[in-house]
Design a protein around this ligand. Structure first.
Ligand code: KPL
Length: 301
């Protein structure tokens, strides 16, 4: 086995807990950091093919200061408030790995973290937190990881750490392209499933699907300006494939609205709208969906 890596997972929600279990199972030293910052021990059980249990130390400052990798799995809108208070406790060599839906969260804090190697990743593994101590691996997926800065470029070995723990993971030096493609899918699926209160499969109904097509058309124009090569028909095909492969699932934004939690809209459709504006592209369907989600949030936040 490769040398064990000291890893702290910041934000052990569904995805963070899933990685925590698989990384520890692979022999790495994994600890967790949670919102309340109170030192504790946290058992997590992983239901996949077999049930297995893992114990983690939680909010341990010594583990944090010694971690080689800080794996940040909080939602995009929590990145700044969760990470900035921890920076004084980290070694300058600690690698920061971000994995969340949406884009733009790192840009907002990049000057404060630019001395660290920074990596970004996106995954299609399915995870469900069944209770505070139980995570279910609901679907095998694929992970793409790549550098955000030049220091991150020297950390390709993290791809091996991830792929040996939870296959498969690929290193992509053009990680922005992978993130844009994931953002395009999220723009098409997440707001509409939240507004129509439906599972992902509900978007194939013809009246709603018209909006999916319109969103993809606007997103593709932005992608083109961002030099992401993906035709309109390829984008629509990919979105339709995700809709049918996850037909029974509720999107994360649907769940956030259902449970009356803040959504990731600012980092998904909001990010797209910012870029559309910069490029002088009209994105009225995305704007309408953005406004509708903001309105929903206003009613419960
Ligand atoms: O990433 C997702 C999400 O729900 O946030 C999709 C791909 C839409 C799957 O539900």
């Amino acid at each position: 086995m490769d040398l064990p890596v000291n890893i702290t997972i910041l934000g052990p929600g569904a995805v963070g807990s899933l990685w925590a279990c698989y990384l520890q199972k692979a022999g790495h030293n994994v600890s967790l950091w949670t919102r309340n910052s109170i030192p504790s021990e946290l058992p997590l059980s992983l239901s996949a093919k077999e049930n297995s249990s893992y114990a983690f130390s939680c909010n341990n400052k010594e583990s944090l200061s010694q971690c080689d990798l800080l794996f940040i799995t909080v939602k995009a809108w929590q990145v700044e408030s969760a990470l900035l208070p921890l920076l004084p406790l980290l070694s300058k060599d600690t690698i920061l790995l971000f994995m969340h839906n949406g884009m733009g969260a790192i840009d907002a804090i990049k000057d404060q973290i630019s001395h660290h190697p920074i990596l970004q990743a996106t995954t299609t593994h399915g995870a469900l937190k069944e209770s505070s101590h139980k995570v279910k691996h609901t679907g095998m997926g694929h992970t793409v990881i790549g550098p955000f800065n030049s220091l991150g470029n020297q950390c390709q070995f993290i791809q091996e750490v991830l792929t040996h723990s939870l296959p498969s993971t690929e290193w992509n030096p053009e990680i922005k392209v992978a993130l844009w493609k994931k953002l395009a899918i999220n723009c098409a699926i997440n707001p509409l499933t939240a507004i129509h209160r439906c599972q992902n499969g509900g978007l194939s109904q013809s009246d709603i699907h018209q909006d999916v097509v319109q969103v993809c058309c606007e997103v593709q124009q932005v992608l083109q300006q961002e030099e992401v090569i993906l035709s309109q028909s390829e984008l629509l095909l990919t979105v339709n494939q995700v809709i049918s492969a996850t037909a029974e699932n509720y999107s994360s934004m649907n769940r956030d609205c259902f449970y009356q939690r803040k959504t990731e809209i600012d980092f998904i459709t909001g990010f797209l709208l910012q870029k559309a504006k910069q490029h002088g592209i009209s994105a009225s369907t995305n704007q309408t969906l953005y406004n509708q989600i903001k309105q929903l949030e206003e009613n419960f936040l």
